[in-house]
Design a protein around this ligand. Structure first.
Ligand code: ZN
Length: 284
């Protein structure tokens, strides 16, 4: 039974993934595969990046930068990950922190148009939202689960990236990751972010700047390469391609990223059976 969880920590900077701030995520990255300098898309903004994750193409292609009606019709002409998986019989569920009464129907119409089966909005902090993800993982069913944690972005906008409240939010996200880490014997996790922040303005993240553009990426779970750092260029767009590849579903030609094959241990070669008895040699 294959299960893959994407944990998207909105606004999490790679330099917050450190033992003193996020011990669980830091340990997970150290034990499995970690990229400290992956790149998000441009603009480094949440809707643009989430749409890229959902569709496998950059904002220059998907043009989905504002949620709304254009977003819905745009999605119909793309090949979202959840729809490709759904055609192969693999459902996709989304778990997010609490959404207001106005935001919930918008989120659901976007998610369902993208092929998502179920949207659960629960918890005002990361560990409560992670508890809802636990309940879904307790049901033994093949699926993609997308877990969205807004804590760091909220604190970054209110108090500045890497401020004390931001670091407290990162610790909260780390508690959520730590509670989910018990599943890494059975479930593959991809923990990442949509953008950093504080590169140009302390409370924003949209402008081009390395501190806004860099995101952490941790891959953990069964079959994942251990104690491995990816130092080559990694893009957020490699994640949707990796998800389809991992589930054995063909990656659409239009996808702009490539599966992170080096994050996974190559499948073992078939065991060599005892050599078959040689046929009598035929003289040349
Ligand atoms: Zn933001």
């Amino acid at each position: 039974m294959r299960r893959l969880v994407i944990v998207l920590a909105d606004g999490l900077r790679p330099d917050a993934v450190a033992p003193g701030i996020m011990p669980s995520l830091d340990a997970l990255g150290g034990a499995f595969t970690l990229a400290r300098q992956a790149h998000t898309v441009r603009p480094s903004a949440t809707v643009a990046a989430l749409a890229a994750l959902a569709t496998g193409v950059s904002p220059q292609t998907h043009r989905l930068t504002e949620p709304g009606l254009a977003f819905l019709s745009g999605l119909r002409s793309l090949r979202p990950v959840a729809r490709e998986l759904g055609r192969a019989g693999i459902p996709s569920d989304v778990v997010t922190g609490e959404l207001g009464p106005a935001a919930l129907p918008i989120a659901w119409s976007l998610a369902s148009t993208a092929g998502v089966r179920r949207l659960v909005a629960k918890g005002s902090r990361a560990r409560d939202t992670a508890a809802a993800a636990h309940r879904l993982l307790s049901q033994p069913e093949e699926r993609l689960l997308f877990l969205y944690l807004p804590d760091c972005d909220r604190a970054g906008h209110a108090y500045g990236w890497m401020s004390d409240p931001y670091l407290a939010a990162a610790a909260e996200v780390d508690a959520a990751v730590g509670s989910l880490a018990r599943w890494t014997d059975e479930v593959v996790f991809i923990v990442t972010a949509d953008h950093g922040g504080g590169g140009v303005r302390a409370n924003e993240h949209d402008e081009p700047h390395p501190v806004n553009d860099h995101i952490p990426l941790v891959v953990a779970g069964p079959g994942v390469t251990r104690r491995h750092q990816l130092t080559r260029a990694i893009s957020l767009l490699d994640i949707p391609a990796t998800v389809l590849w991992w589930f054995g579903v063909a990656v659409p030609d239009g996808y702009e990223g490539r599966p992170l094959l080096d994050a996974f241990v190559p499948a073992p070669a078939p065991t060599l059976a005892a050599p078959a008895p040689r046929a009598a040699s035929v003289p040349a």
